[in-house]
Ligand binder design. Structure first.
Ligand SMILES: [Zn+2]
Length: 95
């Protein structure tokens, strides 16, 4: 059996305070709510046969502006929250 008691402890942890775009190097602080939340942060681990290295974990953080400039032509909209809301409330194009 394990016996516990409550004890106040001080914990130090890392808190994300800003993001820096790996392309344009612009840093966005957390207080810049819109730009901060729209950052695209990609992290993945290459599997067997990966050109990046089997088992290597890679990351890239990109501001929305660079993401659109560099990859916008390849990105697909697969869901539109605004479109769904308009449809749900029959506020679309009036048809
Ligand atoms: Zn950028």
């Amino acid at each position: 059996m394990k016996n516990y008691k409550e004890e106040e402890v001080i914990i130090t942890k890392q808190v994300l305070i800003s993001l820096t775009c790996d392309i344009c190097k612009k840093t966005i602080v957390r207080d810049d709510y819109v730009e901060f939340q729209e950052f695209i942060c990609i992290s993945f681990t290459g599997g067997y046969g990966s050109i990046f290295g089997d088992g290597d974990t890679l990351e890239i953080d990109i501001c929305q502006h660079c993401f659109k400039e560099k990859l916008g032509e390849y990105v697909r909209v697969v869901y539109s929250e605004l479109g769904s809301l308009l449809e749900a409330y029959d506020l679309g194009d009036g048809e």
